[in-house]
Design a protein around this ligand. Structure first.
Ligand SMILES: NC(=O)c1ccc[n+]([C@@H]2O[C@H](COP(=O)([O-])OP(=O)(O)OC[C@H]3O[C@@H](n4cnc5c(N)ncnc54)[C@H](O)[C@@H]3O)[C@@H](O)[C@H]2O)c1
Length: 440
């Protein structure tokens, strides 16, 4: 099957590459010429484990192509995916659909023969109907069906998630489109991934509802962590105890500095806007978005409180900058809020991230010392903060770390170190949700 993927970012590049790996012929399109040129030269524009090998193999086999020529890619395709960004619209928090609408107009002018246009971007309920209207207005004779097929992959585990998803959601009422989508995903459904056919509006809602539910779960355990600190509990024990209940499950119960990333913050906000406009506010989700933002700021204050010297002129070492491990994505990372607050109070920052530093430089304030590794990062610092739980930080030589630091203070915002290990070595320890040990 011939596929065009419009938008070659985290979702488009991974989905397009995986479809080609299943034997389809895929052309990935992007307006960003430098991205396409890098891909043609075999250089990945993003960090995603295993992606470079998978791209190289499928390019070599002649099934995966990269271009900026949308019209040519669409004209030759039976299925056209829209996988462009849907960031928060400045000012009101609605999803900014300008990239999606622009892509739909370009697609309309280029389609030839029956074509299934699939929205993979996360878009508010009703967008599929709008896109269909846009395409019909632009090309009244075009033979198209607009389908919703939201994506659930997680950065850092994107290939595995795409190839072995919990479910594939396809929203369409068109029997021809249904047949095409079933054929496209047949290799995955052979892997026993349930293919859930529903209507377009439900598919659009399922994506937002899933992200909102997970954001609620994270925020719930984060607030439980605050309670544990006040009343003498240990949130990790509590999370384990509740997660063993199969109705609840253990995932997304790791207390931390608040959720970030390219999806949860913008999607929860967009969903609350949709609900407000519909006259049925989702008060639970509204509260979650506020609690999460407050939490990110509170984490910066937690670091300030841990310092044994005045903030102005103090140095803080920050380990981990990306919103989670195994990605270079800095979008809405808690590190941004934490670093900004510290810099505003006159703290000097030393920072290290295994792959996110190039992206971090674009969004963090000026004047940060970017270190070459974890130990160099700690050198001369008055406090070490672990913001992202990269594997490389899980087994640091604590004695060596102590000799690097000016003051042996560790703020572990991911609870990756047993407090006893640090305390036994003479560190002052601050974690998350550990009542008897934490401050704040
Ligand atoms: N990143 C994730 O983990 C994830 C997971 C599930 C769903 N999503 C959703 O998928 C969508 C894409 O997210 P992303 O993280 O891949 O975004 P991204 O910003 O990494 O990539 C989007 C790409 O689209 C390109 N683009 C924009 N307009 C274009 C056009 N008219 N023609 C061709 N290319 C165009 C941009 O240059 C960019 O390279 C969003 O709606 C997002 O919410 C993302």
């Amino acid at each position: 099957m011939r596929v065009a993927m419009i938008g070659t970012g985290y979702v488009g590049l991974v989905s397009g590459t995986c479809f080609s790996d299943f034997g389809h012929d895929v052309t990935c399109v992007d307006t960003d010429l430098s991205k396409i040129e890098r891909l043609k030269a075999g250089i990945m524009p993003i960090f995603e484990p295993g992606l470079d090998d998978l791209v190289a193999r499928n390019v070599a086999d002649g099934r995966l192509h990269f271009t900026t020529d949308l019209a040519e890619a669409v004209a030759g395709a039976e299925v056209v995916f829209i996988a462009v960004g849907t960031p928060s619209r400045r000012g009101d928090g609605h999803a900014d659909l300008s990239y999606v609408h622009a892509a739909a107009r370009e697609i309309a002018r280029a389609v030839k023969g029956f074509t299934v246009v699939v929205t993979k971007s996360t878009v508010p309920v009703g967008t599929g109907a709008d896109l269909e209207a846009i395409i019909r207005e632009e090309a009244p004779d075009a033979d198209i069906a607009v389908v919703s097929n939201p994506e659930f992959l997680r950065e850092g585990a994107a290939i595995e998630d795409f190839k072995r998803p919990d479910r594939i959601v396809v929203g369409t009422a068109d029997p021809r489109a249904r047949e095409v989508m079933a054929a496209l995903y047949r290799p995955l459904s052979l892997n026993t991934a349930p293919l859930l056919f529903t209507d377009r509006a439900n598919a659009e809602l399922i994506k937002y509802a899933s992200n909102a539910f997970l954001a609620v779960k994270i925020t719930f355990i984060n607030e439980m962590a605050d309670l544990c600190e006040k009343v003498g509990g240990d949130v990790q024990e509590v999370a384990r105890g509740i997660g063993l209940d199969r109705r609840i499950g253990p995932k997304f119960l790791h207390a931390g500095p608040g959720y970030g990333g390219s999806c949860f913050p913008k999607d929860t906000l967009a969903l609350t806007r949709t609900a407000q406009e519909a006259g049925t506010p989702l008060r639970l989700v509204e509260t979650v978005t506020t609690v999460n933002e407050t939490r990110k700021a509170a984490m910066g204050r937690r670091v300030l409180e841990a310092l044994s010297v005045p903030p102005r002129g103090a140095t803080v070492a920050v380990l981990g900058l990306t919103f989670k491990p195994n990605t270079d994505d800095m979008r809405d990372s808690p590190a941004i809020n934490i670093v900004q607050l510290l810099v505003d109070r006159g703290v000097k920052i030393r920072a290290y991230d295994p792959v996110g530093m190039e992206e971090a430089r674009k969004v963090l304030p000026e004047g940060i010392h970017y270190a070459t590794g974890a130990y160099e990062c700690a050198e001369g610092a008055d406090c070490l903060v672990i913001v992202t739980e990269w594997d490389a930080f899980r087994a640091l030589d604590l004695d060596r770390l102590k000799t690097q630091l000016r003051s042996p203070i560790v703020v572990d915002l991911r609870n990756i170190y047993p407090p006893e290990d640090l305390i036994r070595r003479g560190f002052t320890y601050v974690g998350i949700g550990r009542g008897d040990l934490s401050i704040g």
